[in-house]
Ligand binder design. Structure first.
Ligand SMILES: Cc1cc2nc3c(=O)[nH]c(=O)nc-3n(C[C@H](O)[C@H](O)[C@H](O)COP(=O)(O)OP(=O)(O)OC[C@H]3O[C@@H](n4cnc5c(N)ncnc54)[C@H](O)[C@@H]3O)c2cc1C
Length: 407
């Protein structure tokens, strides 16, 4: 790690950071080690050299989609028969953590694509929809997005008002979707819209999910958000202005789309938890190296107990987050009810990301507050993990509700 240009003298991090970062508690298989190394090398080679520039300019690099697709990172949970890698959920999360260590923006693109649109088509789509969309999505030829939120429907997502009306063999959609990750570059957007009419509202049971493609008439990309963090992940509004969607693009039943979205968000939360673990780990790696290289009062600051305690707390919470995450992922793959476990993993990992990046900035002192070192970006990137795919408050509601749920 070295300062990013400029003539002002900057403290150098030690070149041999502490190695024992408690990341090997997972007992990885040979295949998992290979995929982890592939993801690590890819992120170091294709993303790390550009990350500061992309962050500063809020630049999304479209070639990443193709490159990640070629390596299989965009079809990790898609079966091999549809050109995916067909790995289990823990293996996918290991790769995602490695991408997130280097770039949380690329990680959210990877997480949304793998966890939401592709999984929804695989799980709830028709054979024809799987044939049409999964192969190009697995290969990175079509990037996926998920459009649930609206200006007036965030945590209360079932309050969405985008309307879908059937006109012969076409659904006509009108409304605005907010905060769509990758929405400006997506080839496939899974969008939720009301199929019940205003005079006949059925709440969460009156919503359909539509496979929307940007070539359809009435599809408009609106405002691109100017964000605190994740600056190289484009987050946009999408406007559907009489958008004409063929009936063949309705996913499953016209009234069940919200249920599909909620069930899929359990996958999504695991992805965001892995992203958060990656951000936290990057903060710990940067802070351990810096603390070994920086001296004050004639002593490396890593020898001050106040600094050691921060590093120890960061390492412990990261290991606990990852352990919880992987326990939830294994339970999911066994077919168990993981509603509570996925919320716990997302809640704990995202608060760990915020904790670890805050501690890292403190360990860097004033140098943590400037863009010459990575922890300033990590601190900004961490915050959103406590917000999207269900805020921390919503995760706590889910966890508490499940304490009283009967199976
Ligand atoms: C960078 C980014 C990317 C995103 N990507 C996507 C995407 O790809 N697709 C998509 O559909 N959405 C996306 N979102 C939207 C995201 O999921 C919402 O922002 C999130 O669900 C919160 O909704 P809101 O922002 O409207 O906040 P609100 O729901 O208005 O919440 C405001 C505050 O009130 C609290 N609150 C709300 N209800 C309760 C309650 N019942 N009890 C206690 N506290 C409560 C919340 O926790 C929060 O602190 C993205 C958001 C961001 C910032």
């Amino acid at each position: 790690m070295s300062p990013r240009g400029g003539w002002v003298a900057r403290p150098a991090a030690a070149s041999t950071p502490t190695r024992k970062l408690a990341s090997d508690l997972l007992d990885l298989s040979e295949e998992q080690r290979e995929i982890r190394n592939l993801a690590r090398e890819f992120a170091q080679r294709e993303i790390a050299p550009f990350i500061s520039e992309w962050d500063e300019n809020a630049h999304f690099e479209p070639s990443l989609v193709r490159k990640m697709g070629e390596l299989g990172f965009l079809g990790m949970l898609i079966p091999e028969e549809y050109d995916g890698l067909g790995v289990d959920t823990p293996t996918y999360l290991i790769a995602l953590e490695e991408i997130a260590v280097v770039d949380a923006s690329a990680a959210v693109m990877m997480s949304v694509h793998n966890s939401l649109p592709t999984q929804m088509i695989l799980r709830f789509g028709s054979d024809e929809q799987r044939e049409r969309f999964l192969r190009p999505m697995a290969r990175g030829e079509l990037l996926g997005a998920f459009a649930l939120s609206e200006p007036e429907a965030g945590s209360d997502a079932a309050a969405l008002v985008t309307q879908a009306v059937l006109d012969g063999d076409t659904w006509v959609l009108n409304g605005t979707k907010s905060w769509v990750t990758s929405g400006s570059h997506a080839g496939v957007v899974l969008a939720m819209a009301r199929t019940d009419l205003p005079e006949d509202r059925k709440g969460a049971r009156g919503i359909g999910t539509f496979i929307v493609t940007p070539d359809l008439p009435g599809f408009h990309v609106g405002k691109k958000e100017d964000k605190l963090g994740l600056r190289s992940s484009p987050t946009v509004q999408l406007t559907f202005d009489g958008l004409r969607v063929p009936a063949a693009n309705l996913l499953g039943e016209p009234s069940e789309g919200f249920i599909y979205a909620m069930q899929s968000l359990e996958n999504g939360r695991l992805g965001i938890a892995a992203q958060a673990v990656g951000i936290a780990r990057a903060a710990l790696e940067a802070a351990t190296a810096y603390a070994a290289g920086r001296s004050q009062f004639g002593t490396p600051i890593k020898d001050f107990q106040a600094i050691q305690f921060k590093l120890a707390d960061m390492a412990t919470r990261i290991a606990a987050s990852r352990t919880l995450l992987h326990a939830a992922a294994r339970a999911k793959d066994r077919g168990e009810n993981v509603k509570q476990a996925t919320s716990m993993a997302k809640l704990f990992a995202s608060e760990t990301a915020m904790f670890a990046t805050n501690q890292a900035v403190q360990i860097f002192g004033g140098y943590g507050y400037v863009k010459d070192y990575p922890v300033e970006r990590l601190f900004r990137d961490a915050k959103v993990t406590e917000i999207y795919e269900g805020t921390s408050e919503i995760q706590r509601i889910v966890i508490a509700r499940e304490l009283y749920a009967s199976d």
